[in-house]
Write a protein that binds this ligand. Sequence first.
Ligand code: ADP
Length: 319
Amino acid sequence: MRKIGVLTSGGDAPGMNPGVRAVVRTAIYRGLEVVGIRRGYAGLLDGDLKPMQLESVGDIIQRGGTFLYTARCLEFLTEEGQRQGYERLQKEGIDGLIVFGGDGSFRGAQKLHQLGIRTIGVPSTIDNDIGACDANIGFDTAVQTAIEAIDKIRDTATSHERTYVVEVMGRSAGHIALAAGLAGGAESVLIPEVPYKLEDVVAKLKRGVARGKKHSIIVVAEGAGQGGEIGRYIEQHTGFDTRVTVLGHVQRGGAPSAADRVLASRLGAHAVDLCLQGISGHMAATVNHELTSVPFDEVFASHRQPSLPVYQLADILST
Ligand code: ADP
């Protein structure tokens, strides 16, 4: 192997930059040429490629987002698009590809692997729903952002004796909501993986107020319901002054946390080494903190579920 490509695809995640930095610097250290492919698979098809040097990835370890840009590319969903991507890589002499992204990006990477390109995925999504590994790059930072917001909301909730519904991201996964809800001391955490009844949420709120609670925070994952609707229901059924905050895309930005920088650096470097070992169609991962790799098929079959004991703990601690 002589030359590898690296791209970031799908939703951006804080930590992609330190991850790409690790790929570029490890590859050069191992004597490889590296090409950065901008805007994910869209840039691959357009030929938006840039040779990377050691200094190309200077001063990005602390930056959120992805300096390679990211995109969603409908054309790459077609066999014709995938073949074009394969041909572009062949033409450029790129024989290994490292893809930072989520489940969708890995499905695209799997297609290139099947066409004969040595391909390794690096799990990068704030949703943390890619299973078969300890954690996904970006999740730790996103939870930290959510907690900082919840702490601030708590200040005003206390001052005004209000109930707040805070809607957090996660698409169909409740990982951010559960971690932020537990760490932020929320009264209730609503996630798509565990059925809930709003009557129960209301009953718990009323018990809290009867006991003297001055404020309450309900954290809801975007996949479990709309914050606005839940807020209206709670206000109508309790009479409590209730406000709603939708955190939205602030959770995708910001400097990557130390944990995300370490994870991204380890996985990016490991992805290069896996490529050099001839492994393809795998995700670079840590399992029990040890570096390993997992075939994409196993990754697709193992959607991560939130821990039920942690969910129950959040409930017990907020009684
Ligand atoms: P994420 O990687 O964050 O889950 P998406 O699901 O939007 O994000 O996927 C990112 C991109 O990966 C898509 O825009 C598309 O180009 C490519 N992709 C997604 N699913 C497939 C698939 N089944 N086959 C080939 N490419 C795919």
